[in-house]
Design a protein around this ligand. Structure first.
Ligand code: FES
Length: 143
């Protein structure tokens, strides 16, 4: 991994590509969960819409305004979580977000990087009503 200060061109281009061409940008028409929050340090914001089927993320869209790290992290996160069970999403942490970015970041920039994950987790924890089956099998149905 590279430090952001010494970020080589490859990583900078990778992050800037996600910033300029965010994957899964926009909103869902009928999301099962939706949440928006800001980074209190700067006011940058992200909204996440999630649709859930059979205990897994079926689709996700995000919309936001902020620095390259926050928007690229959210873009990468949306790619990462499609098809994941709700329990797998719940277990995602800062290490996963940093691994997605592929660079080491300072504690101040970590707040930027984690904004999308915070919003996603709040959407699912506060806005989503799991079915009885999803409560019984949070990692998906046993095969
Ligand atoms: Fe605001 Fe990064 S500077 S989220």
């Amino acid at each position: 991994m590279k430090d952001i200060a010494g970020m080589d061109e490859l990583y900078r281009d990778f992050i800037l590509d996600h910033y300029r061409n965010p994957r899964n940008a926009g909103t869902l028409e009928h999301p099962d969960a939706s949440f928006e929050d800001v980074n209190p340090l700067c006011g940058d914001k992200i909204r996440m819409d999630v649709s859930v089927r059979d205990g897994a993320v079926a689709d996700v869209r995000f919309r936001g305004r902020g620095c390259a790290i926050s928007q690229a992290s959210a873009s990468l996160l949306t790619e990462d979580i499609k098809g994941k069970s709700l329990a797998e999403v719940e277990r995602l942490n800062a290490d996963d977000v940093v691994a997605n970015l592929g660079i080491n970041i300072s504690p101040a920039r970590l707040k930027c990087a984690l904004l999308g994950l915070k919003v996603l987790k709040h959407a699912l924890a506060l806005e989503y009503q799991p079915t009885e089956e999803e409560k019984a099998y949070p990692d998906g149905q046993p095969s």
